[in-house]
Design a protein around this ligand. Structure first.
Ligand code: NAD
Length: 318
C-alpha cells in the first residue's frame, strides 16, 4: 500500500520516521509532505496513493475525482467538514477521524474563555496597560452559574464535567438522549438559550447545525449571558453575533472558530465586536493533544491495514 501524509501532524520528525520504518517493514510505502493547499499539488501527491492522511487542510474534491486507487482517508482531526464526504461515499472510500484527541484541550480552553469573560480580562488588561484600574469592571464567579451545553458528545460532556468542579448547574441540548453524571437536565435549545448564563457550543457543523445560532436565538439569551464557540464557525451567524454584542444584548462571547480557517480577513465582524475574545483555532492545539492525535491516526492506519477500521466516519459496504 502507498500511504501519503499530506501535512505535518505537529509531532517530532522522529515519530514519523519510526512509523515510516515500521510500515516499510510491513511492505508498505510511507511518504510525508508539508502542507500545500493547492489542488494541483494535492492531486499530484495523492493520485496513486491507497491511503491519505491529513489534519484540517481542506481536501480538494479533485483529489477524489482523479484518484485511481484511494481506499482510505485517515483524518487527524475531529470535524470532517473539510473533507468532500459525499464524493468519498460515492467512491466507497473509507473515512476515519481522530476522535478524542482534543477533548481535554478544547474543554480546558472553554473554561478559560468562561472565566476570561466573567472577569473582564480583555477590558481590565487594556485598562492596566493604559495606567487604569478595575473600577467599574469587577466581574463574576463561574461558581454557581448555569452552563448550557449544545451538543453533549465527548467535548460537551468533558466541559460539563469541568463545570461541575466549579459547582455549576449544567443543562444540555443534544440531538439524541444523553445520560451523563455531569449533565443535570436535558432541555430544548430554546429553553437552554433562555436559562443559561453561559452557552457553550459543541455540536458538529452539519446541514442541520449551520446557522443554528442566529438573530432569533441570540434574542432568547439573557442580557448577562455569554456565548462560547469552540465547535465550528458556521454554527453561528457572525454578523448577528457582532450586532448583539454591539447593542449590548448579551454580555460577551468567545470564538475559536469562524466560517473560514484563519487567517481571517481583517474586517471580519467578530474581530471588531466589543466584549469578544478571539483565538485563531487553537482549542485542539496543545503539545499533548498533538502527540495523542498522531498516536490515534497511526493506530487507525494499522487497524485499517488489518481490515478493522477504527474511528469510522464512513465505512463502505462491501
Ligand atoms: P462528538 O461527535 O463526540 O459530539 C457531538 C455531539 O453533538 C453529539 O452528542 C451529537 O449527538 C450532537 N449533535 C449532532 N448534531 C446535533 C444537532 N443538530 N443538535 C444538537 N446536537 C447535535 O464530537 P466531539 O469530539 O465532542 O466534538 C464536537 C465538535 O467540536 C466537532 O464536531 C468539531 O467541529 C469541534 N471541535 C473543535 C475543535 C477546536 O479546536 N476548536 C477541536 C475538536 C473538535
Amino acid at each position: 500500500m502507498k500511504i501519503v501524509l499530506l501535512e505535518g501532524l505537529g509531532v517530532p520528525e522522529s515519530v514519523l520516521e519510526e512509523h515510516a520504518a515500521r510500515l516499510q517493514a510491513m511492505g508498505h510505502t510511507f511518504l510525508a509532505y508539508e502542507k500545500d493547499t493547492s489542488a494541483r499539488v494535492q492531486v499530484e501527491r495523492s493520485k496513486d496513493a491507497d491511503v491519505i492522511m491529513l489534519a484540517n487542510m481542506p481536501l480538494d474534491v479533485s483529489v477524489l475525482e482523479q484518484t485511481t486507487s484511494l481506499k482510505f482517508i485517515n483524518v487527524a482531526f475531529t470535524g470532517v467538514d473539510h473533507i468532500p464526504m459525499e464524493e468519498a461515499k460515492k467512491r466507497k472510500i473509507a473515512v476515519s477521524n481522530a476522535s478524542g484527541y482534543a477533548t481535554q484541550a478544547v474543554s480546558e480552553l472553554c473554561i478559560s474563555f468562561m472565566i476570561q469573560l466573567l472577569r473582564n480580562v480583555n477590558e481590565t488588561g487594556k485598562r492596566c496597560r493604559e495606567g487604569g484600574t478595575k473600577d467599574g469592571l469587577v466581574g463574576n464567579l463561574l461558581c454557581g452559574k448555569t452552563v448550557g451545553i449544545v451538543g453533549a458528545g465527548a467535548i460537551g460532556k468533558k466541559t460539563a464535567a469541568l463545570c461541575k468542579a466549579f459547582d455549576c448547574t449544567v443543562i444540555a441540548y443534544n440531538r439524541s438522549t444523553v445520560q451523563d453524571v455531569s449533565i443535570d437536565e436535558q432541555v430544548s435549545l430554546e429553553e437552554l438559550l433562555k436559562r443559561a448564563d453561559i452557552v457553550s457550543l459543541h455540536c458538529p457543523l452539519t446541514a442541520e447545525t449551520k446557522g443554528m445560532i442566529g438573530k432569533q436565538e441570540l434574542a432568547l439569551m439573557k442580557k448577562q449571558a455569554i456565548l462560547i464557540n469552540t465547535a465550528r464557525g458556521g454554527v453561528i451567524d457572525s454578523a448577528a453575533l457582532a450586532e448583539a454584542l454591539r447593542e449590548d444584548r448579551i454580555r460577551g462571547a468567545a470564538c475559536d472558530v469562524f466560517e473560514m480557517e484563519p487567517p481571517l480577513p481583517t474586517d471580519h465582524p467578530l474581530l471588531h465586536a466589543p466584549h469578544m475574545v478571539v483565538t485563531p483555532h487553537i482549542a485542539f492545539a496543545s503539545q499533548e493533544s498533538m502527540e495523542q492525535r498522531a498516536a490515534i491516526v497511526f493506530d487507525n492506519l494499522y487497524a485499517w491495514l488489518e481490515g478493522k477500521q477504527k474511528n469510522s466516519i464512513y465505512t463502505p459496504k462491501l
